[in-house]
Design a protein around this ligand. Structure first.
Ligand code: AMP
Ligand code: MN
Ligand code: MN
Ligand code: MN
Length: 292
């Protein structure tokens, strides 16, 4: 059993890299990928620790991208997982730094809007919580702790969600750019929780996927906490059709999503076998040889 989609304190998870390794071992995982939002720092910190503890760890990340031309706002956000079996090229790390500074500008905007709404949250407070990657959940948590809202979900529903009063859009890259950059850095890109493309028309969803494959997508996430049996079977079939590797993971965030368990997801109704990682690795090596 493995888990290829998890978050640590390097983004919006609550386990430190050291803690997630212990939790993965306790859960009986044979391999783990850490896929923090827009940063490799969670994996970087975990790699030597996992080696010392005898856990197979894959360096990863989860890029936030946006299909800005889609007329439906709820269909624009696309998350692309990247897996690296070798150290990624330095240019990729440089690009991640520019994403981080765009995030900082956006967060300053959210802070200003909240102040205007009479609910001050200083940028510095949010950054103290978010450390490396400060995101909307950190604002939501502070809003709850300060008593502005009853729950973090309420903060999203009224203020921080895409139609919320304090929402500020970030200059996200297009999915094709994210995919291309992961490939150029020697990684393999997987479409995260494809279900959240939010397309009810299967033909439209498939044509979006075809565009990503054209851009160099190498895999698709089949197992995920938000994927029921019919989604898993749909994405298994699409993986075959487009000759993509399959990936899967819980999207573990620690205490931020207490119902999501490492390796088991929300309903514990699937397991990702180790052979999935071996196939992903083999394809990544093959693609890299062809690229060079
Ligand atoms: P950010 O990267 O700052 O845009 O924050 C994105 C994160 O906010 C996602 O990974 C989710 O964990 C969380 N999030 C986004 N929209 C919602 C929502 N409507 N309700 C709850 N959490 C959300
Ligand atoms: Mn998250
Ligand atoms: Mn995601
Ligand atoms: Mn995730």
């Amino acid at each position: 059993m493995i888990d290829l989609h998890t978050h640590t304190t390097a983004s919006d998870g609550t386990d430190t890299p050291a803690q997630i390794i212990e939790n993965a071992l306790a859960a009986g995982l044979e391999a783990l990928a850490i896929t923090d939002h827009d940063t490799l720092l969670g994996s970087d910190e975990a790699l030597p620790l996992a080696a010392a503890r005898g856990l197979r760890l894959v360096r990863g990340l989860e890029l936030s991208t946006r299909r800005s031309a889609d007329p439906a706002p709820e269909c624009r956000s696309v998350h692309i997982l990247g897996y690296f079996f070798e150290e990624p090229a330095p240019a990729f790390r440089g690009w991640l730094e520019t994403l981080r500074s765009e995030r900082r500008t956006r967060n300053a905007g959210i802070s200003a809007k909240l102040a205007a709404l009479g609910m001050p949250v200083e940028l510095e407070e949010a950054e103290a919580l978010g450390r490396n990657i400060t995101s909307r959940p950190h604002f939501a948590r502070l809003m709850r702790d300060k008593g502005y809202v009853p729950t973090m979900q309420h903060a999203f529903d009224v203020y921080l969600g895409e139609t919320g009063l304090a929402y500020v859009e970030r200059a996200d890259p297009e999915p094709e750019e994210g995919i291309r950059r992961i490939r150029e850095a020697g990684g393999i890109a997987s479409l995260a929780h494809a279900f959240r493309l939010n397309k009810r028309d299967p033909a439209e969803e498939e044509s979006i996927l075809a565009g990503f494959v054209q851009a160099g997508l190498g895999a698709i996430e089949v197992w995920h906490s938000d994927h029921d049996l019919s989604s898993r079977s749909r994405y298994t079939n699409l993986a075959k059709k487009f000759n993509l590797a399959m990936t899967g993971g819980s999207d573990y965030h620690g205490a931020h999503k207490p119902d999501v368990r490492l390796g088991r997801g929300r309903h514990s109704d699937w397991r990702v076998p180790l052979s999935v990682l071996d196939d992903l690795h083999a394809r990544a090596v093959h693609a890299e040889r062809r690229r060079q």
